[in-house]
Design a protein around this ligand. Structure first.
Ligand SMILES: NC(=O)c1ccc[n+]([C@@H]2O[C@H](COP(=O)([O-])OP(=O)(O)OC[C@H]3O[C@@H](n4cnc5c(N)ncnc54)[C@H](OP(=O)(O)O)[C@@H]3O)[C@@H](O)[C@H]2O)c1
Length: 316
């Protein structure tokens, strides 16, 4: 797979990365440890070199442990990113990015991974209780100490990104981005591009919707958190299905899957460094990695753009 430079610290990553949230089992029902390890292995064997985990992936750091277990022997061939500042407390998601917390979490992450350093350390999200510069100061120290090779930030506004960058150099921003959610392209990514800051996108498949596997008449299980998002409800749901129907048509004509067509579109977007593809089974990540080598005709590309434009008309 081709490699793309992320920021300016000599880190080169594949445009398709493995998102290591679904293997940790918090929202994914019935994922076993064997499946999780097999999915990471399948990603590595499919030439993916970039793995995205976090302190908070799994109630007890399962994702970091699995990543370390499989990738430890390949440490020099892979780029592993983790994050700090979010954690779980009695099953509840909490934000705490005070310097002392970040320091403790990074040490714990390194132990779970069994690594001496990570390649990218992200602030998982600004802590509303403290100025973002305070978290940035702590993370700048990790950089000086060689505990991380580079630094990123997730889920931050442009003002917060700018404030962080005044204290600690950033190589990457991580935010949601997919065919249905492209706001970050308006202001944030142009500024990041000027600064030489790369971009990794999460939810490329919008939690499975853009993989085409949820049919128009799908009924969500009571326990499925997706049913709470407007994107999965009412008129938005119907319009999203109209877009997915166009993708299903192209999939039928080309023999590619809807997920592959969507991942390919995402990796080709301006300013995109790497698309974080979540997967919980080996076959899913193999399929998604296959998106790097598919080709579409100009007519199919135009059809996709028209279907997205049609969908976006209803957003404004
Ligand atoms: N920084 C942040 O705050 C943040 C937030 C969210 C995510 N992330 C990162 O971004 C990554 C991606 O986000 P995500 O995992 O939430 O969502 P996603 O990539 O949009 O969707 C992942 C889900 O799509 C389904 N899927 C994947 N490949 C498929 C395929 N080929 N065919 C059919 N279904 C397929 C699986 O659903 P099933 O489980 O139903 O099979 C999988 O759990 C995460 O893993 C994480 O690394 C970061």
């Amino acid at each position: 797979m081709e490699l793309r430079e992320i920021g300016n610290r000599g880190i080169r990553v594949t445009p398709i990365a493995m998102g290591c949230w679904p293997i940790a089992g918090v929202t994914t029902i019935n994922v076993t440890k064997e499946e999780a390890l097999g999915t990471i292995r399948a990603a590595y064997e499919s030439e993916i070199n970039f793995f995205d985990t976090a302190y908070a992936y799994g109630h007890n750091g399962e994702s970091e442990r699995y990543v370390g277990e499989v990738l430890g022997p390949h440490r020099d061939d892979v780029v592993v990113a983790t994050k700090g500042g979010y954690h779980w407390e009695n099953g509840k998601h909490c934000k705490d990015a005070r310097p002392e917390t970040l320091k403790r979490e990074l040490e714990e992450s390194l132990k779970r991974l069994r690594f001496e350093y990570v390649d990218i350390y992200y602030l998982h999200g600004p802590d509303p209780e403290i100025p973002v510069e305070k978290s940035a100061e702590a993370i700048a120290k990790f950089l000086e100490q060689g505990k991380t090779r580079a630094v990123g930030i997730c889920n931050a506004s442009l003002e917060q990104i700018k404030a962080f960058q005044t204290v600690c150099p950033l190589v990457v921003l991580q935010s949601h981005f997919n065919m249905l959610q492209q706001d970050v392209q308006n202001e944030v990514l142009p500024w990041c591009e000027e600064q030489g800051i790369g971009f990794t996108s999460y939810w490329p498949l919008m939690k499975g919707l853009l993989a085409g596997k949820l049919n128009r008449d799908h009924r969500f299980d009571e326990r499925d958190s997706r049913r709470n998002y407007p994107i999965f409800q009412g008129e938005q749901w119907e319009r999203n299905q109209d877009l997915v129907d166009v993708l299903r048509g192209i999939a039928a004509e080309t023999g590619y899957t809807v997920a592959q067509i969507v991942v390919r579109w995402t990796m080709k977007q301006p300013r995109m460094t790497s698309v974080l593809c979540g997967a919980r089974r080996p076959d899913q990540i193999r399929e998604n990695a296959g998106a790097a080598s598919i080709t579409l005709t100009e007519q199919h590309e135009r059809q996709i753009e028209e279907a997205i434009a049609e969908r976006m008309k209803y957003e404004h």
